[in-house]
Design a protein around this ligand. Structure first.
Ligand SMILES: NC(=O)c1ccc[n+]([C@@H]2O[C@H](COP(=O)([O-])OP(=O)(O)OC[C@H]3O[C@@H](n4cnc5c(N)ncnc54)[C@H](OP(=O)(O)O)[C@@H]3O)[C@@H](O)[C@H]2O)c1
Length: 232
């Protein structure tokens, strides 16, 4: 990813705290990170060395606002790499699930990805180079009870990513999706306890997989659905 311009959505989140420093360590030219909560941005800023901080641009953006996404993407010098980490977990029995929550899940896990991919692709198609890496979940391919909205929205993200991979055949643009099981983030430790935490996937470990998919070397990987399950 040497000298690449990288857009990392969700770069300030639990996984982003591992992915963003790893991406910056690849010798990239610049990283753009949309954020909503200043506290999360400050948490990431506090762990980045000054040199990396100087290469990182934080832009307050709601990725569900189409014109804001267009502005974010067009504000970048180039868009060589999109690492789309935004997403979120929810659960509940289908017969009790509210339609509002269902729509929020589709927004968070699928609609935001569509908008970011749409505008990033326009920039990539102009330069003829691009890497898109999206973050699904094991639930996309192994849907379980209480997980209809989460599984369906993540399965939609897999389909979106594979459709893009197909549309960009014959170019130097690729799109692939990573499916984690459970990630070892502070919020998972709080909500699930720490007893099984050593079996979960570390953000830094996922970051290595993501960085490979985002690299020039992964030029022949298209539409791959990559399971990263750790030991569970
Ligand atoms: N954690 C797990 O165990 C696990 C397992 C499987 C898959 N995954 C997937 O891995 C990805 C990262 O998970 P995570 O644990 O890092 O999640 P997280 O800590 O909740 O981070 C989500 C990030 O998305 C951002 N975001 C959400 N909605 C946004 C919007 N409308 N506009 C702009 N930014 C928005 C959040 O920013 P703000 O905080 O500023 O709102 C935050 O930075 C997600 O796609 C998730 O579904 C996670």
């Amino acid at each position: 990813m040497q000298n690449r311009h990288v857009l990392i959505t969700g770069g300030t989140g639990g996984l982003g705290m591992g992915v963003t420093p790893t991406v910056l360590a690849q010798g990239v030219a610049a990283v753009t990170i949309p954020f909503r909560q200043p506290k999360e941005m400050e948490r990431l800023q506090s762990i980045l060395p000054a040199g990396d901080l100087a290469k990182t641009r934080f832009v307050e953006t709601d990725l569900l606002d189409e014109s804001a996404v267009e502005q974010l993407v067009n504000g970048m010098e180039r868009v060589d790499v999109l690492i789309h980490l935004v997403g979120g977990f929810s659960m509940g029995a289908t017969h009790e699930y509210s339609f509002e929550q269902w729509q929020r899940d589709i927004d968070l896990n699928l609609n935001a990805a569509f908008l970011v991919c749409k505008y990033s692709l326009r920039r990539m198609l102009k330069t003829g180079y691009g890497r898109i890496v999206t973050l699904g979940s094991r639930a996309a391919v192994q849907p379980g009870g209480q997980l209809a909205a989460y599984s369906a929205s993540k399965a939609g993200l897999v389909a979106l990513t594979q459709a893009i991979a197909d549309e960009t055949k014959g170019t130097q643009i690729t799109a692939n999706v990573v499916l984690p099981s459970v990630i070892d983030t502070p919020s998972n430790r709080t909500s699930m306890g720490e007893a099984e935490a050593d079996k979960w996937v570390k953000p830094e470990s996922l970051a290595q997989v993501i960085c490979f998919l985002a690299s020039k070397a992964a030029q022949d990987l298209r539409g791959a659905v990559v399971p990263v399950y750790g030991s569970i």
